[in-house]
Design a protein around this ligand. Structure first.
Ligand code: HEM
Length: 420
């Protein structure tokens, strides 16, 4: 065991890097969840049949007839959800401690690819039960691709292997979910770990001249063990109390109302309610991803210091940006829903302008105004300014996602969660 751990970690680590509030053990949790996903996935695979006529019944059989079948299925489902949520938190922790610059920038980029792979793993797994929820969620999500001008329809047809979901779609999703994506994920995770070691471990604030180095075993490994036990306990409680959803068998001629995309695409689906599809499904999401990939390459005037939020003004500006972003996003949703719809109001103008360029310019105007009247007063450094933009985007995304999941009901109208 000692040798295995010492392959993952150096023999000694900086004492400051193992304080819990440095990383919250998030990266380690993600690694553990990947292992749990693989083990439970293999167990489920013994009974699952990836053809539309049998997939649903094979899941029902696993759930009702196989010893611990329901429990294993629940663990697989919940660890998939946790995996995405905790990877997202890890991504935010890395950013907010400034650990994405200089020798860590390549790892940041590979981290973004890992995040994408985890979204795709969740997405391809979503279809496998072949129930109403799976069928219609994947139908609306893949329909979004069709909004891309000129090539959208062809790409969509290529991904699902036809005009609507069919046996080829299920086979393709199954193969990606159980072979292609896990293989790529494992490969990249190993590379990711290697780069963390190559960068000299976790970024820590330089408070003392000579850092105190302590043996990894037991100092770090013991803490990792505790985090792992707590995570497994929480996961098992979730799996014991909440069953993974399973509606009736997929029925292509009877759609669900509301038809919602999987929860992690609820933010994009919410954007589609307010923006022209080209903006909601492509221009905005692609710009956000491009921004995330670009931030390590911006020229900053200082070096990363490893402090949460960089500095006191950095913390204050992030806090107020978060509040501002939440209010602007919520107000924008309500305004567009109940007060004014640009597409209807300016109907002779092409929707691409009235419902795309115009609201986007208004949103950028709100960000610029905030910069001019508030952020400038704090005389932030470039890194602190980029941090404020990051916080704005993340909070807006979270608000859109929460509204999409909890506040959209029949016909996708706004409603309260208890009416959804
Ligand atoms: C499969 C997904 C991932 C796994 C298993 C993973 C695992 C880890 C682990 C174990 C660490 C060491 C410290 C810690 O626990 O935080 C780490 C550090 C790091 N991760 Fe990840 N990670 C994943 C995804 C990501 C993502 C999505 C990003 C960002 C886009 C990212 C960027 C980084 C960077 C830059 C470091 C170095 C941080 C520092 O030096 O403080 N990782 N990762």
């Amino acid at each position: 065991m000692r040798t295995i751990f010492l392959h993952l970690h150096p023999a000694r680590v900086n004492e400051a890097s193992i304080h819990f509030n440095r990383t919250f053990g998030l990266g380690g949790m993600v690694a553990l969840l990947i292992v749990i996903q693989i083990i439970t996935g293999i167990l489920l695979r013994f009974y699952y049949t990836p053809i539309p006529a049998e997939a649903y019944n094979s899941v029902v059989f696993t759930k009702n007839q196989v010893l611990f079948g329901q429990f294993i299925r629940n663990i697989h489902y919940w660890s998939g959800v946790f995996l995405l949520l905790i990877t997202f938190l890890h991504f935010m922790r890395v950013f907010l401690t400034g650990a994405f610059r200089e020798e860590r920038k390549i790892n940041w980029l590979f981290g973004l690819v890992l995040l994408l792979l985890i979204v795709l793993l969740n997405f391809t797994g979503y279809l496998l039960p072949w129930d109403q929820l799976a069928y219609w969620a994947i139908t609306v999500s893949t329909n979004i691709i069709g909004y891309l001008p000129l090539v959208g329809e062809s790409i969509r047809t290529m991904i699902i292997g036809g005009k609507e979901l069919n046996a080829d779609t299920l086979r393709t999703f199954f193969t990606f979910h159980t072979a292609v994506l896990p293989f790529l994920l494992l490969l990249l995770v190993l590379y990711h770990f290697w780069r963390v070691r190559k960068a000299g471990g976790i970024l820590v604030p330089e408070t003392v001249e000579k850092p105190e180095m302590v043996p990894t075993m037991p100092n770090l490994v013991f803490k990792e063990f505790i985090v792992a036990l707590v995570l497994i306990a929480v996961l098992f409680i979730f799996a014991a109390v909440f069953n993974a959803p399973l509606l009736e068998k997929a029925n292509p001629s009877y759609s669900l109302n509301p038809t919602k995309a999987p929860w992690y695409f609820a933010g994009v689906q919410e954007l589609l309610m307010h923006f022209h599809p080209l903006f909601a499904a492509f221009i905005i999401p692609i710009s956000v991803v491009a921004f995330m990939a670009w931030i390590p390459f911006i020229k900053y005037d200082d070096s990363p210091n490893g402090h949460w939020f960089i500095s006191e003004p950095g913390r204050k500006s992030s806090e107020n940006t978060a509040k501002y972003a939440a209010i602007v996003t919520l107000a924008g949703i309500l305004f567009n829903e109940y007060v004014l719809n640009f597409e209807v109001l300016l109907s002779p103008i092409p929707a691409f302008i009235s419902n795309g360029i115009l609201p986007l310019l208004i949103l950028i105007g709100f960000m610029a105004g905030f910069n001019k009247y508030y952020l400038k007063k704090l005389s932030l450094s470039k890194a602190e300014l980029v941090q404020a933009v990051f916080v704005f985007i993340i909070v807006a995304f979270i608000v859109l996602t929460l509204v999409g999941i909890f506040f959209r009901g029949k016909d996708m109208a706004l409603t309260f969660p208890w009416n959804v």
